[in-house]
Design a protein around this ligand. Structure first.
Ligand SMILES: [Zn+2]
Ligand SMILES: [Zn+2]
Length: 76
């Protein structure tokens, strides 16, 4: 089964999991708002807007940047 990198667009928290992580207990209040970035992998990407670093197999999704409308990923 594939493992995906998920990020909450409210608190920036990151989780590697096959399906959507638990929504409860977002530190920003209410429930986490998970966004699926990409399949987990070995390539490092850094978003220059929210400073999120992820390890994925391909370019992560641009949607759901906690610092604005869309992530701006740079391959490290
Ligand atoms: Zn959250
Ligand atoms: Zn971002």
């Amino acid at each position: 089964m594939s493992v995906y990198v998920w990020q909450c667009r409210k608190c920036s928290h990151q989780v590697n999991k096959d399906s959507g992580p638990n929504n409860s207990g977002c530190p920003k209040g209410g429930s986490h708002d998970w966004n699926r970035l990409a399949e987990a992998g070995l390539t490092d990407y850094l978003c220059e807007k929210c400073n999120t670093q992820v390890k994925t197999g391909s370019q992560p999704s641009n949607s759901g940047c906690p610092s604005g409308s869309s992530h701006r990923w740079n391959k490290l």
